[in-house]
Write a protein that binds this ligand. Structure first.
Ligand SMILES: Nc1ncnc2c1ncn2[C@@H]1O[C@H](COP(=O)(O)OP(=O)(O)OP(=O)(O)O)[C@@H](O)[C@H]1O
Ligand SMILES: [Mg+2]
Length: 310
């Protein structure tokens, strides 16, 4: 049964310079324990949407509800339940050292020294930056700063994590680690995730529901990653480049190989192996025959005449 903890309904926001963002069309809803990704071109209103969820902006029209309260009025009632990673981490990291920064929330909420220490240590280890504990934040690299901000977001064990471009500026290994960490928080602690990202290749492995915004804020699509990435018209209209696997399997379909639309590497590998077996019915038997009795593969015979180098 669905249990919405975030709801944004037809919100209009006008910035001081009269730029208008109208988050309308479909309602934006997030159920407890869901992983929700927001996609859309630069400037369409993803950060504006997240700022409304965090109560940093107040709508002039429409409604926002988070854990049953209006966050613009009563964020203090829910702040310990919500962790945040801003797109611009320099706005988020305020203390001189990593320890000062990550311990800021538990200290300001009056946790005991021992509890603060335990939570900071756990958060730093969780993100893989225990070694940065005493570093001066100002001297950190961009990716390290993002991890410090993430540790600060996790330090109170939030029920809801709001992440604005969490993969930006991370190296490939750090991206993989972050993806695994977020999926672990989701599966083990049932943390609800709301994240804006341009990284379409992580979406299938990280999202239960995807929302697509157009310029101006219109929310034009809600669905699974499969739904969204199989709609070329929608992707074109919203200026979203399809993930590499979606493009590859679309091309294979056009060439006559109807293999479905796997979106994760694991699914793609399985589909291709099954297809290989079907396409070459004798392949399995031939493969077995090509193996030595101990299971090792026999080498193909040497060519009769050595090949001349070009
Ligand atoms: N403080 C501000 N003052 C004026 N205009 C703003 C302000 N903040 C955002 N905007 C405008 O509001 C629109 C939505 O911006 P927003 O930051 O929400 O987009 P976004 O989808 O997060 O973009 P990106 O993918 O680049 O992060 C843009 O046209 C932007 O220029
Ligand atoms: Mg943004």
């Amino acid at each position: 049964m669905s249990d919405p903890i975030v709801r944004v309904s037809c919100v209009r926001h006008t910035y001081p310079d009269r730029t208008e963002v109208h988050l309308c069309g479909l309602d934006f809803e997030v159920d407890r324990g869901q992983r929700v990704v927001v996609l859309g071109p630069n400037g369409c209103g993803k950060t504006t949407l997240l700022f409304h969820i965090l109560g940093l902006l107040e709508p002039e029209e429409g409604e926002v509800s988070v854990f049953g309260v209006n966050p613009a009025r009563h964020f203090n009632r829910i702040r310990e339940r919500v962790g945040v990673l801003f797109q611009n981490v320099d706005e988020q990291i305020i203390a001189p050292t990593v320890w000062d920064d990550v311990s800021f929330s538990p200290r300001s909420y009056g946790y005991s020294d021992a509890e603060v220490e335990a939570r900071v240590t756990e958060a730093l280890e969780c993100v893989g930056i225990a070694h940065l504990r005493h570093k001066v934040c100002h001297h950190l690299s961009g990716g390290e700063k993002r991890k410090v901000a993430l540790a600060g977001a996790l330090v109170l064990n939030p029920e809801l994590l709001v992440l604005d471009e969490p993969f930006e500026g991370l190296d490939p290994a750090s991206r993989t680690d972050l993806r695994a960490l977020l999926n672990r928080l989701h599966s083990e602690r049932r943390v609800t995730l709301v994240m804006a990202t341009h990284d379409v290749n992580v979406v299938a492995a990280m999202a239960d529901r995807v929302y697509v915004l157009l310029r101006g804020g219109e929310i034009v699509a809600r669905g699974t990653p499969q739904d969204v990435f199989q709609d070329p018209g929608l992707l074109r209209r919203s200026n979203i480049e399809p993930p590499v696997l979606a493009e590859l399997f679309q091309r294979l379909t056009e060439l006559g190989a109807h293999l479905g639309r796997p979106l994760t590497v694991e699914d793609a590998a399985r589909v291709l192996v099954e297809w290989g077996g079907r396409a070459r019915p004798g392949a399995a038997a031939a493969d077995a025959a090509a193996r030595e009795p101990d299971g090792a593969r026999r080498l193909p015979p040497e060519p009769a005449t050595p090949r001349r180098e070009p």
